[in-house]
Design a protein around this ligand. Sequence first.
Ligand SMILES: Cc1cc2nc3c(=O)[nH]c(=O)nc-3n(C[C@H](O)[C@H](O)[C@H](O)COP(=O)(O)OP(=O)(O)OC[C@H]3O[C@@H](n4cnc5c(N)ncnc54)[C@H](O)[C@@H]3O)c2cc1C
Length: 423
Amino acid sequence: MPDYDLEQIDSEAPIFEAGAFRLAEADAALIDKVRRFGRRVLAPRAAQHDRDASFPIENFRDMHAEGLLAICVPKAAGGAGAGFAAYCLAAAELGRYCGATALSWNMHVCSTLWTGALADDLSMSPAERSEHNMRRALHYRRIVDEGALYSQPFSEGGAAAAGAVAFGTEAKPVEGGFLVNGKKIFASLSGAADYYGVLCTERAAGATASRRNTLYLALPATAQGVSVVGDWDPLGMRGTVSRTLLFKDVFVPSDAMLMPRGVYFRAATCWPHMFLTLSPTYLGLAQAAYDFTVRYLRGELPGTPPVKRRMFPTKQIAVAEMRIVLEQTKALWFQAVSEARANPNKEQVLRAYAAQFTVMENANALASKAIRTCGGQAMLKNLALERVYRDSRCGSLMLPWTAEICLDRLGRETLYEAGESDD
Ligand SMILES: Cc1cc2nc3c(=O)[nH]c(=O)nc-3n(C[C@H](O)[C@H](O)[C@H](O)COP(=O)(O)OP(=O)(O)OC[C@H]3O[C@@H](n4cnc5c(N)ncnc54)[C@H](O)[C@@H]3O)c2cc1C
């Protein structure tokens, strides 16, 4: 086990202090446990996986032992039963210590959050509900008992991941299940996941492709016809190992459905905050850039000489400015996360876009300012800041709510009510 200072872990403040942010006692305890795990287990391993662009599989094995793979699995099914907000706050704490692990964990956890608390909020017929409960129990059992890892490949390199058109990956209904064909790019956990939670379009021969027919299927990584191709040598988030997946006539039984027919489309329409789940990792990175700067300027950063730089007014002003940006980011994000629900009103949806944009852009802005403020020695690769800088650069690119798409929707949906035009 790497060397770590238990006292320091215990004294590090949570990003969202339980009393100040009025967290429920059980949620605060869970988030605290995740924070300690991130600091103690993930932080010491992060640099090596970043350097090698290797998947931190041992982090996920340790998460299984801690019950964290099942954080959003309902308690009745053996999980921790965390809701949307508790999960987001916990994920931010992991992002603070290893962005790549937090982002990959998010892909896995969403397979349980979307099929769990979120699906419970959606209207379903009694038949759909009972089918869903039966199937999700199978997935939850694999996660709780066996530590199975699920990934979430939806990006294809076209307009589908942005929600504009139907997914090009298709599932043809056949006797007992589906035949899946297609390609997914940037699939985090490629080669490491046990199941790929693939978004695809159900399409019978001769039928037209429609977003309404989106299926969410768990394809076993070992199924015949599944392959992982291409290399992975990106700027940041290197430990996610997000390579390309190819599916060639992959047969999966009907049990592989993570949601009943039509329910993913209903979720994407009625529960838009489901796409805010990529932001917690980056909120954590924003906090990491700030934490680094304060410790470095105080001469207290482990691995650096105890040289203080805090006496210069320029440093004090920079830290003040960073604190203001961090507090603004946290406040808006916390509000958006707290009001996530089924059928949010227009103001809540616009606020969610604003929160996503703010976190993704400010995480990198804070990391950039941290480097300028701390100076040249702070950006050497033996320290975490340059990794935080590179990882945080990826946030604005995450579909379906990229920074550009958030701006586009915020402007248009503010100025136009549904159905309005200037014609
Ligand atoms: C580290 C990392 C991990 C990832 N992990 C996963 C994963 O596990 N699963 C997954 O599915 N994806 C994942 N992604 C993929 C990610 O969401 C993007 O799909 C990916 O960055 C490739 O998209 P692109 O930028 O090439 O998209 P392009 O389609 O080329 O789009 C480029 C930009 O154009 C804009 N744009 C695109 N479409 C529209 C539109 N319809 N309207 C307006 N503007 C638009 C967007 O701002 C977008 O950023 C990951 C990405 C990164 C960086």
